[in-house]
Design a protein around this ligand. Structure first.
Ligand code: NCD
Ligand code: ZN
Ligand code: ZN
Length: 338
């Protein structure tokens, strides 16, 4: 029996630039209808020119596929309403990084002084531009996300009309925050539905499973699975597929990020089937996002999958994917509209 999914969306994706962009972009563009593109290049995307030329490079790299890149800016507290207004047709959201907390986030926000952030966040609320947040403090690594919940609450209360997306949540504390504030939403990755810290560091260290935020405890994974598997309307799929060259992962000083783009839909299907909740995958993978980001247009694409083994390649160029060299149990049967 085949499983059919309509217009899958990846609401958190790293495509990088240059050769890496050429390697990874077609892999997402083949199976997804669209994706929110993270702005953490070096330097980060923070001007209209940078955003438009990055978008053009992505379109070039995904030529021949039905795929829409939804562009973001790297949050700066100095963006004015006029500037954001001039970009409104091109911009889906703005991504806020605490300074230095993850890959290429050095220019992010240091300290969360609400008055310093107010002008830009007010303009975003007025223009209905969502705020996507990497929510970690610089505390103890296992506690960073839970500690950040109070900052989410501060933002959600001060800017009640601003849609705030808690990106790549990994803890039960973040899941609980979802239902406390009307304007909080979340993305969840594939890998955080699959693994816990044990898989990363419980045996031999697994650099390809190392990412920010780090995978947490079994009860955290349980909380994530619960809302993903029930198709909770405030939760969307965001792969956070974050490719790094093999040498940067398999090295002393491993870069953070798990590369899942080429197998994300197949493994999500396998997981949702395994937990008898496949009828909720459409909501998690597309429908919820369409409702939350209400003004996006989505290219039509239909992907069918079947229960059939697929041997995951060891590498895509110089990038090692999740489950490299292993067999997964669902394969793509057909893609219509690509
Ligand atoms: C991401 C990257 O490599 O850009 N890494 C990661 O571990 N998730 C950055 C991010 O999303 O925080
Ligand atoms: Zn992040
Ligand atoms: Zn990311």
């Amino acid at each position: 029996m085949s499983i059919t999914l309509d217009s899958p969306l990846d609401m958190h994706l790293h495509l990088r630039d240059g050769e890496m962009l050429s390697t990874v972009a077609p892999l997402s563009a083949k199976t997804f209808s669209g994706a929110i593109i993270m702005p953490n290049l070096v330097p980060p995307i923070s001007t209209k020119e940078e955003l438009l030329s990055y978008k053009a490079r992505i379109l070039e790299a995904t030529k021949g596929h039905t795929f829409k890149p939804y562009m973001t800016l790297f949050f700066k507290p100095t963006y004015t309403k006029e500037f954001l207004e001039s970009l409104q047709d091109e911009l889906i959201a703005i991504k806020l990084y605490p300074a230095g907390i993850t890959t290429n986030s050095e220019g992010g926000v240091a300290g969360f002084d609400v008055e310093e952030l107010r002008p830009t966040l007010t303009a975003m609320s007025e223009l209905n531009i969502p705020l996507c947040v990497h929510g970690e403090t610089n505390g103890f690594v296992m506690d960073r996300e839970a500690e950040f919940v109070s900052i989410y609450e501060m933002l959600a209360t001060n800017f009640p009309k601003l849609k705030i997306i808690m990106e790549h949540i990994t803890t039960k504390e973040s899941v609980e925050a979802l239902d406390r504030f009307e304007n909080l939403y979340a993305t969840i990755t594939l890998h955080h539905l699959l693994i816990t810290l044990d898989d990363v560091a419980g045996g031999m260290l697994q650099p390809h499973l190392f990412c920010k935020p780090i995978a947490k405890r079994p009860e955290d994974r349980e909380a994530l699975r619960k809302v993903a598997f029930e198709g909770h309307p405030k939760v969307m799929f965001g792969s956070d597929s974050a490719p790094h060259p093999q040498h940067a992962k398999e090295s002393c000083g491993c870069a953070a990020g798990v590369f899942t783009a080429p197998i994300a839909i197949q493994v999500l299907t396998e997981l949702f089937v395994k937990f008898s909740t496949i009828e909720k995958l459409q909501a998690f993978l597309s429908d919820n996002a369409q409702k939350i980001y209400s003004n996006i247009t989505i290219p039509k694409k239909q992907i069918s999958l079947e229960e059939k083994t697929f041997l995951v390649p060891n590498k895509y160029s110089n990038v090692v994917p999740l489950y490299a060299g292993e067999t997964i149990n669902y394969s793509i049967l057909e893609i219509e509209g690509d």
